[in-house]
Design a protein around this ligand. Structure first.
Ligand SMILES: [Zn+2]
Ligand SMILES: [Zn+2]
Length: 565
């Protein structure tokens, strides 16, 4: 098909941006498309349409025969955009692996004469961290729709997201301690004989009144009637200081869980928000740490989201692995929550928060967990990774890509996607890195893995296995150049960090340890990594390494800690 004959026919008014995106990508790919006829009227080749009946809740890509145009139908603008990008990916051979420009496959598939592809989203909300998910184009290609890093334009169907803060909003955004603690300490949690400013007393009627008013003020400012879903988060702070006043204790006892007291509060707000006609707004709360256990005798309203967090879980075993104690407990809670809440979102974790640069071997559980979430009726997923990431390290980009694809479809061909990504990202080094990933994934399955796991218990590798892994990284480096070589070096940091923490290989000898450690530090800083963990001291340390020596004295103690075994 020649470029001159190509034309988009838009059957109803469509966002210009959608049409432009499709046109640009299809034009890029035209030279690879076979001469495929020109449609009934001579010219049109691809039609875009919004049609709820034909597309279910998602999109449908159709072509009846070689003479006919391709039709992409979406149930709404967001679904149509997904359909457009699915077409570009699958039938034009274009991939968006990272924030770098999309890649055209060398040999894209021939455009089939007959196409009928249907898709319905598995989750209404999808979000993850790392670097590339910040890119809007990446989000379109790989199906991310949360608002943490992107604001998808309304004409593209918009984002699904939080118009309040994302998390831990009590005492910060709602009934702020800054504003009320001094004058009204009774609004805050009673611990022993004192009130503490970092949690609320949710049975205090004045607290309800304040939060309610602040929710309605927020709606007045930020409500968008055209949005698909807007969320207001009413969530406990990140500590265990729940209120122990008499009323709160009574409510906790009544529901058999602190979650009951929170849910009663949130349900009341949700009822008022619903009654005021905010049909596209949901109120979100946590089932996190002390509120994880499901309450008895209360159900979440339909417009309430409960975000259940996997923070206590093990990540080398799947969530539904009954032989793993931490996961079996979580699994029970999830299934009970799903009986009392129609809108569970999962807040899941996919990095080591004490060792951002260290190996986190969870690749063997990502797919089954996502399937299990879906099968348990979960409606949204946030995969919290290295949200402070400023430069690639560990397998951040690979992980972001795989997680995004799993949220798009938990039943995708995971290994094929992994290999495909690695071929593009690591070039000639791909097969060695995939082999390394297989070794650590298999090894990790023999023990539990928390998100704070020390490197000394993350893997147990024999001397032979360590030598094998060393040789795999050497091969990967020797077979790559330019950007692909840089990617190998960045990912290799996680292996070097593991070896350093375990004092093996080049870090085994006490005579050269310091020199090797200096080299590792220099390479990490050289990549632009500014944090080794979620906590701040290492950040100060790396800033001092990379930019100046001004803070050196201050961070000396941290450096010592880093070097101490
Ligand atoms: Zn209380
Ligand atoms: Zn386990």
């Amino acid at each position: 098909m020649s470029k001159e004959k190509f034309e988009l026919k838009l059957n109803n008014p469509l966002p210009q941006g959608v049409a432009d995106a499709l046109r640009t990508q299809v034009e890029k790919a035209l030279s690879f498309l076979p001469d495929s006829g020109s449609g009934e009227s001579g010219k049109p080749f691809i039609r875009l349409r919004i049609d709820g009946e034909n597309a279910g809740k998602g999109y449908r890509i159709m072509r009846e025969n070689a003479e006919k145009a391709v039709s992409i139908v979406g149930s709404d603008a967001a679904s149509l955009v997904r359909g457009v990008y699915a077409f570009i990916e699958k039938f034009c051979g274009v991939r968006k692996y990272t924030y770098a420009p999309a890649v055209r496959q060398k040999e894209p598939p021939a455009l089939p004469d007959i196409i009928d592809e249907k898709y319905e989203p598995f989750f209404e909300y999808t979000e993850t961290d790392w670097l590339s998910p910040h890119s809007t184009e990446y989000s379109f290609f790989n199906g991310l729709n949360g608002t943490r890093y992107r604001k998808l334009p309304d004409e593209y169907g918009g984002s699904v997201g939080y118009i309040s803060g994302f998390a831990h909003t009590f005492t910060n955004e709602f009934c702020s301690a800054k504003k009320y603690f001094k004058s009204n300490p009774e609004y805050f949690a009673l611990r022993g004989i004192r009130r503490v400013r970092s949690q609320l007393c949710l049975t205090n009627p004045d607290v309800y009144g304040i939060v309610r008013q602040e929710v309605f003020d927020l709606l007045q400012k930020k409500h968008n009637p055209g949005a698909k879903l807007q969320i207001i988060s009413l969530t406990q702070n990140d500590n265990l200081f729940y209120c122990t006043c008499e009323n709160c204790r009574r409510a906790d006892r009544k529901y058999g869980s602190h979650a009951g007291t929170v849910l009663e509060f949130v349900n009341r707000i949700a009822d008022e928000v619903g009654a005021a006609g905010y049909d596209n707004v949901a109120i979100d709360t946590f089932a996190y740490r002390y509120t994880r256990r499901p309450p008895e005798g209360i159900k979440a309203r339909d417009n309430v989201i409960v975000r259940l967090c996997t923070i206590e879980c093990c990540f080398s075993h799947t969530i539904d692995d009954e032989s793993c104690g931490a996961n079996a407990d979580f699994c029970k809670d999830l299934l009970t929550w799903s009986e009392i809440c129609k809108r569970i979102y999962i807040w899941d974790y996919c990095t080591n928060f004490c060792n951002y640069t260290g190996i986190f071997p969870d690749f063997g559980t990502l797919q089954r967990n996502m399937q299990f979430f879906y099968e348990s009726g979960v409606k949204g997923v946030y995969e919290e990774g290295n949200f402070q990431m400023e430069a690639e390290c560990e397998f951040g980009e690979l992980r972001a890509f795989l997680i995004s694809k799993l949220m798009q479809n938990p039943y995708c061909d995971f290994n094929a996607l992994r290999d495909d990504f690695c071929r593009s990202y690591y070039g000639g080094g791909a097969q060695y890195i995939c082999r390394f990933l297989d070794i650590i994934t298999e090894n990790a399955a023999h023990r539990h893995l928390s998100i704070y796991e020390p490197m000394t218990s993350t893997l147990t590798l024999s001397r032979e296995q360590i030598e094998l892994c060393d040789s795999l990284w050497q091969e990967a480096k020797s077979r790559t150049r330019l950007a692909e070589h840089e990617h190998v070096l960045a990912s290799e940091i996680c292996w070097r960090w593991w070896k350093y923490k375990n004092r093996v290989s080049e870090f085994a000898s006490p005579f050269t340890l310091r020199k090797q450690a200096e080299l590792l530090k220099k390479d990490i800083a050289g990549l632009g990594v500014t944090r080794l963990s979620e906590s701040t001291p290492f950040r100060a340390f790396f800033i001092s390494m990379a930019h100046s020596h001004r803070t050196h004295a201050k961070t000396e103690s941290v450096i010592k800690m880093l070097y101490r075994r």
